[in-house]
Design a protein around this ligand. Structure first.
Ligand SMILES: [Zn+2]
Length: 58
């Protein structure tokens, strides 16, 4: 069972163990995490765009 994070480092409400990292490691993890979030958003936008293209052409 996941526990709530009170170290303030987790990107989610739950602890992902980031409190054990050094400050530099944590910053790196956070940057990668945010980049992935943006990539996921972009992917979703692309899918949405393709879907609306399908609607227009069919
Ligand atoms: Zn934590």
């Amino acid at each position: 069972m996941r526990k709530k994070c009170d170290c303030g480092r987790s990107p989610s409400p739950y602890c992902v163990g980031w409190h054990a990292l050094t400050h530099t490691e944590w910053q790196t993890k956070r940057i990668i995490y945010e980049a992935k979030l943006r990539a996921d958003l972009l992917e979703q936008e692309c899918k949405d765009a393709m879907y609306s293209d399908d609607k227009w052409t069919s």
